[in-house]
Design a protein around this ligand. Structure first.
Ligand code: ATR
Length: 271
């Protein structure tokens, strides 16, 4: 039986095993998917397991989407441009790294009919997920990305003609009525905190959170309470996972999967 896994730290929140094992069962694929809590110094062991075939593919989540790149033999050009990977597989004798987060974000934007072209986006976080979303936003024709991160030096490294790094204390003056706000930080996953002061958010803003467990972070809950349009991380999560499966199996096996059916199943399984 083929083995797959997601690695990260923390990993408790991950619904990847529930999603992937549901798809395996639905498509009658003999495979198993589990989550593995991995500390930085355990990464080489996991890499060894992919190399020796004990694991056929892994997803990578917080905080290793960038640091794991150094262990991989080949990164596809798009992932090189992004600078982070969330999906690894072995092809012949090489470990190949891919990024399906950017695709998951684009599909979510498309599904929810959000217009990004010529718009300004406020992005919180500058880690591996942020990099994939910056890439996606550029593909979608964004005008400008105001980038905020706790560690300002990390945001500064992403500066270019579209991405403009700022301190969180500048947010009050920059945010406006129709801003699109995207949280890529882990704030709200394990606590009832918001990445930004809630008082800065207004009804006309569109709020997007990459966190899907809980379905309603403090950020999303507040947006809902004032009647703003909000999107949690569940759809992006599903789209990136289905894209990973298609890469591992080398064909569009997930075409047969009903998106809404799996979304409902996951919603029921979030405690
Ligand atoms: P991922 O791969 O999911 O993007 P990551 O690369 O570890 O994970 O990035 C996590 C992001 O959440 C980072 O931008 C991090 O900010 P720092 O660069 O300053 O570490 C942000 N983050 C995590 N915990 C945070 C907190 N308590 N307050 C603000 N930002 C936080």
């Amino acid at each position: 039986m083929k083995q797959f896994a997601v690695i990260g730290n923390p990993i408790k929140h991950s619904l990847s095993p529930i999603l992937h094992n549901w798809v395996f069962k639905f498509l009658s694929i003999k495979a198993n998917y589990r989550k593995i809590h991995v500390s930085e110094d355990e990464i080489p062991n996991i890499i060894k397991e992919i190399r020796d075939g004990s694991i056929s593919g892994i997803n990578v989540t917080i905080p290793y989407k960038e640091s794991i790149i150094r262990y991989i033999d080949e990164i596809n050009p798009r992932s090189i441009a992004i600078g982070s990977i969330n999906c690894i597989m072995k092809s012949q004798s090489k470990l190949i790294g891919n990024n399906t987060d950017w695709f998951g974000f684009c599909k979510t934007i498309e599904k929810n009919q959000i217009k990004i072209r010529e718009k300004n986006v406020f992005l919180f976080g500058a880690g591996g997920t942020a990099k994939a979303i910056i890439f996606a936003l550029k593909q979608l024709g964004v005008n400008k990305i105001y980038l905020f991160n706790r560690t300002v030096s990390k945001a500064n490294k992403l500066k270019d003609n579209i991405v403009s790094p700022h301190h969180y204390n500048e947010l009050d003056n920059l945010i406006n009525q129709d801003s699109i706000l995207v949280n890529t930080t882990s704030v709200g996953m394990q606590s009832n905190d918001s990445p930004i002061k809630l008082g800065l958010i207004n009804k006309q803003n569109i709020l997007i959170d990459v966190i899907y467990n809980p379905l309603e972070t403090c950020f999303i809950k507040y947006g809902n309470s004032i009647g703003a349009k909000t999107i949690n991380g569940l759809e992006m999560f599903i789209f990136q996972a289905l894209a990973s499966l298609d890469l591992w199996f080398g064909e569009s096996i997930t075409k047969q999967v009903n998106f809404q059916q799996i979304k409902t199943y996951l919603e029921e399984n979030i405690c």
